[in-house]
Structures are given as C-alpha cells and as structure tokens.
Design a protein around this ligand. Structure first.
Ligand code: CP
Length: 341
C-alpha cells in the first residue's frame, strides 16, 4: 500500500504521471474515478485551500469527503506509544486510524508542528503514526512538508513555461518576513521538488540560522545531483534575484530558536527588507512569482508583485484541486506507475 507523505518517497516518473493526469482532469473535471469511495480529511490546523479543494475534488469524481477536526467536534487525540491518557485527549490515534480505515478508502491529515521542540516535530510523528495504523493510503495535507502544494506549484510552472521540462530554470526560494515564526513545510517541499525537477535552486535567507533542517538540505542536494540541477545557499538578495526565472516566497521560523521564539523575533524583525517588491523583481529574467498562500500582502510581497501578470499565486492554488484529484484517483484506483493514469 502506497502513502503520499513526501514526494521524496515517490519516483520522478510517478510524479510526472500524476501531473499529466492532473492536466487531463483540469481540462475535463467531472470524471467518476472515485464513485462509491470516501475520504476522511483530518484537520488539526485551519485551512482554506486544502479543505475546499479536497472536498470539491472528491465530489467532482463521484466520491465523498468527511471533514474531521480533532478537538473541535471530534475527540481530541493522543499519539504516543504507551501513553497514559490522563490529559485532555479521549481518543488514541491508533483506534481512530483503524476505525476510519473501516469507513474510508483514504485518510488525509494536516498536522503542523507544535513549534516547541524541533527534535520532536521533525519526526513527523502524527502522520507517520496514521500511516502505521491505517489500513488505507494516507495523504499528507501539510505537516513538516506540503507535497500537494509542491505538485500544484510544479504544475503551474510547467503551464507558465509551456513545457514539462523545467531543467535549467534559475529558481530562487526566498525567505520573507512575517511577524510570527511559521512552519518550514513549504520551504522544505519547494527545495525538494525544484531540485527533483532539475532546476538550479538557490535558497535565499538572512543567515545560516534560517537554513532548513539537514534532512531537507540533503534531499535537495541529492535530488540536484540526480537531476542535473543544482542547490546552493545565498544570503545575497541582489545576486540571487539577478537573472532568476522563478521567485518562490515563503516565511519560516529559524530552527535554532524552536521553543524560544522571543530570541528569534529581533532577528526576523531586522530582515523585513526580504519582502518581494518590484525593485527586486526587476533584477530577474522576467521571473514568475509565486507563494503557496495565505500570504500577508505588503509584508511578504507587495500588492504590485502579488497582482502582477507574472504572479502565479491563483493558478497554483487552483492546481491544488487538479493534482489532488489525480492523487486520490491514483491511490484508490489502479497502481501508481508511470504507465497508469
Ligand atoms: N496553501 C495551503 O495549504 O492553503 P490552506 O492553508 O488554506 O489550506
């Protein structure tokens, strides 16, 4: 049984197959590929795009989605092996995963880090526990990576550049300011997928404290080696933007400050100039701009950049619907192989 927890666990050919099928579904949205099938969507955190695109996508394919919000209408859940459940949680995930597996054909989970201890959060223990106990495929709707976002992003770039071959594009993943420390999931994902598709990727961030976890830095380097792309780090805004084909913006919390964010705040506050603005975009090769959304306007990127013809933000969000439909169909239908669609 195949889960979709990170794209790193899927071959490039399998991802290409999903992307091709997503394009077909975009052209012809109503296909009965999930008839009689159900998916449970477990949200431990809020969502606009993920929730609506999964629910609508299941409906468009004749399936049914049930949304569960543990702790808000669904029992609060415990996760630890051997845990003495004398706190607030009434339900252990090991029962929840097995019960939902009796009702549903797929289980999808959104579970952000707790932002207290990265050594715990980096284990991705919530979704890994679901994958261990569920007897149906499990989909990651964003934990410490965001693989559905990755594929929607790549699909958008392929559409913008009018080619499935993104090799050699100069891709900048830039940290941007945000008043709060955010999840590294989208940045981890962007680094992995842009290198997997052979782009020349620069991770632009204020200093070494904003580097991603070693696991994702290593995956990006390995992917670049395999794909013929490259992966490098820069703290030089002007050099990074110069000649870029893609600017992907995201804010994230500096990992060394996990659990003591008050010490990180003055450092992030000193880097508000990482905002994506017209002056920076003018240094690029007419780059496509994108962001996973939600994005704080005039904090992460200016109105002018967000609304420019080069902005791909809405297309990327739309593509969540199409790629997730292809993913659901692949996981409950025939085996996911490069030949199967
Ligand atoms: N990009 C994304 O996952 O959006 P939501 O948080 O609204 O689902």
């Amino acid at each position: 049984m195949k889960h979709f927890i990170t794209t790193q666990e899927w071959d490039k050919e399998e991802l290409d197959c999903l992307l091709r099928h997503a394009s077909e579904l975009k052209a012809n949205p109503l296909q009965p590929l999930l008839e009689g099938k159900t998916i449970a969507l477990l949200f431990f955190n809020p969502s606009l795009r993920t929730r609506s695109s999964f629910e609508i996508g299941a409906w468009q394919m004749g399936g049914h989605a049930v949304v569960l919000e543990p702790g808000q209408g669904t029992w609060a859940m415990a996760f630890g092996d051997g845990e003495i459940m004398d706190g607030g949680a009434e339900e252990h995930m090991s029962e929840a995963a097995r019960v939902l597996s009796r009702y549903c054909d797929l289980i999808a989970v959104r579970a952000f880090p707790a932002f207290v201890d990265w050594s715990i959060d980096r284990q991705d223990h919530v979704i890994r526990a679901f994958a261990k106990h569920a007897t149906v495929p499990v989909i990651n709707m964003e934990t410490i990576t965001h693989p559905c976002q990755e594929l929607a992003h790549i699909m958008g770039l392929q559409e913008r550049f009018e080619t499935s071959d993104l090799r050699g594009k100069k891709y900048v993943l830039t940290w941007t300011y945000h008043p709060k420390p955010l999840n590294t999931a989208v940045a981890n994902s962007a680094a992995m997928i842009a290198t997997k598709f052979g782009m020349d990727v620069t991770l632009l961030c204020p200093d070494e404290r904003f580097l991603l976890d070693e696991r994702y830095m290593s995956f990006a380097a390995e992917n670049a080696e395999d794909s013929g792309g490259s992966f490098s780090v820069s703290h030089d805004i002007e050099a990074s933007y110069s000649g870029a084909d893609v600017i992907y913006a995201k804010s994230w919390g500096a990992l060394p400050f996990f659990g003591s964010w008050e010490k990180e705040k003055p450092i992030r506050d000193a880097n508000k100039h990482f905002i994506v603005d017209d002056a920076k975009m003018e240094l690029t090769n007419g780059a496509v701009f994108s962001h996973c959304l939600p994005a704080r306007r005039n904090v992460k990127a200016t109105d002018s950049v967000m609304d420019s013809p080069n902005s791909m933000i809405i297309e990327e969000a739309e593509n969540r619907l199409h790629i997730q439909k292809a993913l659901m169909a692949a996981l409950v239908g025939s085996p996911v192989t490069p030949q199967a669609k």
